[in-house]
Design a protein around this ligand. Structure first.
Ligand code: SAM
Ligand code: SF4
Length: 331
């Protein structure tokens, strides 16, 4: 009998997003607060415990693992886990190991990642303007990120850019970013800012992607694409640039009906939905060394996977807001 993980809405869980650390070398203002307090390192699952955790999910039918954070490449020794996962990839037990990264450390790791079987990565980049980049990331250096992207492409990694659309800070730059990405044979996906983190009313940052799409269609010809990477993006082809553009629209177009994902934090907390608070703590079960205990928690948690998030941002009211910062669970 199959022991795959199915939720009460008939969705099969095949995709794990695993945060390796809550730390990051950038401080994007929509993601972190200015003075983030990070977890004491001793609270983090060790790399061996993270490997045990991934094995448990793989045994239960997960086929795709995305390493995220915080910034996954700042977790010391993270390549040990990538090498562990690559044994599963080689044995055909999973289809894909991938990462979401800010690219600051990619010059150092791109070749190692490619050699370990990583084929595609997502790089988060919101602007090509160095001053705006430093502003959005509170201090980051655009040149370092662009070198990281160059290194990834030279190593043969397929890069996709993810850009959060921000009403005041990058909405005007988006056509330029799309043209730049497509000229480099890079797909680009736009993301609506979500009301996560406790300190800011994100109405000032939020722009619906429907508005961005309308503006793009004034100059470009967009046609629906059947492309699907197993994530929440819906894609269009742009005739004039010859490239692909994705839209991740958690607010203006809810995509929860096809959700196949769960997220685990670097301390072992399993979040069944990015936009809900319910969670299950896997750490004790991992440390107990009992696969049955871990299986039992997974079954119980997945039976509670919510149908959808309730994110909504309006001038009058923001709802579904999560006090948790995005850097806790990763994207
Ligand atoms: N540090 C890595 C990076 O930036 O790619 C991985 C972690 S980061 C939390 C993952 C993704 O979440 C990034 O693409 C980032 O832009 C996105 N993100 C962070 N806060 C967000 C928010 N409030 N709304 C929408 N996306 C957000
Ligand atoms: Fe760091 Fe990524 Fe969050 Fe930016 S979005 S602060 S790079 S974790």
């Amino acid at each position: 009998m199959s022991n795959n993980l199915h939720d009460p809405f008939g969705r099969k869980i095949t995709y794990l997003r695993l945060s390796l650390t809550d730390r990051c070398d950038l401080r994007c203002f929509y993601c972190m607060s200015e003075n983030m307090v990070f977890l004491p390192k001793k609270e983090l699952l060790t790399l061996e415990e993270l490997a045990t955790l991934t094995d448990a999910f793989i045994d239960r039918g997960v086929r795709k693992i995305r390493l995220t954070g915080g910034e996954p490449l700042v977790r010391k020794g993270f390549m040990t886990l990538v090498h562990h996962l690559s044994t599963h990839l080689e044995a055909g037990r999973i289809d894909e190991i991938t990462l979401t990264t800010n690219a600051t450390q990619l010059s150092k790791y791109a070749h190692q990642l490619k050699s370990a079987g990583v084929a595609r990565i997502n790089v988060s980049l919101d602007t090509l303007n160095p001053l705006k980049f430093t502003h959005i990331t509170r201090g980051g250096n655009l040149a370092q990120v662009l070198s990281g992207i160059d290194a990834a492409q030279s190593a043969g990694l397929k890069v996709k850019i993810n850009a959060v659309a921000l009403k005041q800070d990058n909405a005007d730059d988006i056509p330029k970013m799309i043209a730049w990405a497509h000229a480099r044979d890079i797909d680009i996906t736009l993301i609506e800012v979500m009301p996560m983190g406790d300190e800011i009313n994100r109405f000032d940052q939020y722009i619906p992607l429907t508005a961005i799409r309308d503006a793009l269609e004034k100059n470009w010809t967009l046609s629906e694409s059947g492309h699907n990477t197993g994530g929440p993006a819906r894609y269009v082809n742009i005739k004039e640039t010859g490239g692909r553009l994705g839209f991740i629209s958690p607010l203006s177009h809810n995509f929860c009906a096809s959700c196949n994902r769960v997220r685990v934090t670097c301390t072992g907390k399993l979040f069944m939905c990015l936009g809900q608070n319910d969670q299950a703590d896997l750490r004790d079960a991992i440390r107990s060394g009992s696969p049955r205990a871990l299986d039992h928690i997974l079954d119980d948690a997945i039976s509670r996977k919510p149908e959808k998030h309730n994110f909504d941002i309006k001038e009058s009211k923001t709802s579904g807001q999560m006090p948790r910062h995005m850097s806790v669970t990763g994207g």
